[in-house]
Design a protein around this ligand. Structure first.
Ligand SMILES: Cc1ncc(COP(=O)(O)O)c(C=O)c1O
Length: 457
């Protein structure tokens, strides 16, 4: 039994004895205990041995404005002193101001519902979509099915996991929520339809229509998509894709949900990812960059016409009967406003475009490497797909990809990968550094990656 009252405390030992870490096979900690990060500033984090790493994934793709911003800590401190907590069954000014700011940024006439995580925000979106259709139903049957895309990640709670179409994330938790099904993603490097962009008919979009018809359009409530699939391997759609999807949704009366948990708040080089394609969603979900990870917060934002279906006072179940204790917490919402102010004043979306283009150009030199099959992305979300054979595109073995990630860590770079997604396809390295990245930082990323790739040939 560990006695935590004894000094000096052995944090590493306490960690292994007490903490259940996410996404890790804990048996490995018997050989190598988890690395502990003690502090962070800008794009860099420092571990317990004072070793510094460039954080190439912004924590979990969320620290958009970088670490250690004292202004955010001050705003949260002041808010906690003024009003530490109150639920949004009544109201408070930080939540009101943030809701108004988000609608202004989105150019939406609509309503904002706050939660605490991306998964929850998506759960809320699904519940709103189902209830909306039940409320506008004239004949007692309503649309309830939700479409997502293979490889997509939309969270870990049971509804969100049902939309997450990654076999390795779902295994052993099934059966999941009924009514969710998938279509193929717009994945040009491995086109599911065997086509080549330029000579195709954007089958990735047109096939959605065919699936809708086969499923019965009158049963389908919504389709949820990230503008760019992030955790599933940085899959950027062809430019025609999202406008086509919008058109299909309009023709069949299906709600289009954009999950912008990753792509919101500058990550793709615009405040919101969908602005690249000039396509409006009916519902949008936001998290991560909404506070740059400093405090938990997420939002589900609907267009006004959807909200208006919840206003029948004669029906005791027509309002949205969903509540969570912490959603819209005063400190989180006040901090989020400051975070957005920084994103705007420092023009970090524009910076993501510029520095993302610089990083991508430098990374393109790695295409000479025998394992580098494809480099893709938008803004500061970049993916490097590793293959064992460039002709056949056979994915590089997961052990080799892991070795490259580990070598990067040894050399001082934290880099992500699409782990535990599709069996045999955990082969995409992912970069999503803070948007304040400098050219010097970008050069360091490329130099370390080059070295790490060399070590595995
Ligand atoms: C696109 C997307 N949606 C939803 C989520 C779930 O967010 P959270 O981990 O805050 O529940 C994630 C998390 O990585 C995500 O990448």
């Amino acid at each position: 039994m560990l006695d935590i009252s004894k000094e000096p405390m052995n944090l590493t030992q306490m960690d292994v004895q007490s903490l259940w870490h996410p996404m890790v096979q804990h048996k490995q900690y018997e050989r190598t205990p988890p690395k502990r990060i003690d502090k962070a500033q800008g794009c860099y984090v420092t571990d317990e041995e004072s070793k510094e790493y460039l954080d190439g994934v912004s924590g979990l793709w969320c620290v958009n404005i970088g670490y250690g911003r004292k202004e955010l800590a001050s705003v949260a401190h002041e808010q906690l002193v003024e009003l530490s907590y109150f639920p949004l069954v009544m109201s408070h000014s930080p939540a009101i101001k943030l809701a108004a700011k988000l609608l202004e940024l989105l150019k939406f006439e609509g309503k904002v519902h706050f939660s605490n995580s991306g998964s929850e925000a998506n759960e809320v979106a699904f519940k709103i979509a189902r209830q909306y259709y039940s409320q506008i139903s004239k004949n007692g049957s309503w649309r309830y099915k939700i479409i997502s895309r293979y490889r997509a990640y939309h969270g870990n709670t049971m509804g969100a996991l049902s939309a997450t179409a990654q076999a390795e994330r779902r295994a052993r938790y099934e059966p999941l929520v009924p009514g969710f099904f998938q279509v193929h993603p717009p994945y040009c490097y491995r086109c599911p339809f065997g086509k080549t962009y330029g000579s195709c008919n954007i089958e990735c979009a047109s096939s959605v229509e065919s699936t809708i018809v086969h499923e019965g359009a009158e049963t389908i409530a919504a389709i949820i998509v990230e503008p760019v699939i992030s955790g599933g391997g940085v899959i950027v759609p062809p430019d025609e894709y999202l406008p086509m999807l919008r058109d299909i949704c309009d023709r069949y009366g299906i709600l289009l949900i954009f999950d912008e948990v990753v792509s919101g708040f500058g990550r793709l080089g615009k405040m919101f990812g969908h602005e690249h394609w000039n396509v409006k969603p009916d519902i949008i979900t936001l998290a991560k960059g909404i506070t740059s990870g400093y405090l938990p917060l997420s939002a589900t934002i609907t267009q006004q016409h959807i909200f208006e279906a919840f206003l029948d006072e004669t029906d005791s179940t027509s309002h949205f009967r969903h509540i969570n204790t912490y959603g819209g917490n005063p400190a989180s919402t006040a901090l989020s406003l400051k975070n957005i102010e920084i994103l705007e004043t420092e023009q970090l979306s524009e910076r993501a475009t510029k520095i993302g283009a610089y990083l991508r150009t430098k990374l393109s030199n790695l295409l000479d490497h025998p394992y580098v099959g494809d480099i893709r992305g938008k803004g500061l979300l970049l993916g490097i797909e590793l293959v064992a054979d460039k002709q056949t595109k056979e994915p590089l073995a997961a052990t080799k990809v892991s070795a490259i990630v580990s070598r990067c860590l040894e050399l001082g770079l934290i880099i992500g990968r699409n782990g535990a997604t599709i069996p045999g396809f955990s082969n995409v390295l992912i970069l999503a550094p803070p948007l304040i990245l400098t050219k010097t930082d970008a050069d360091l990323i490329v130099a370390i990656l080059k070295e790490a790739l060399k070590s595995q040939v």
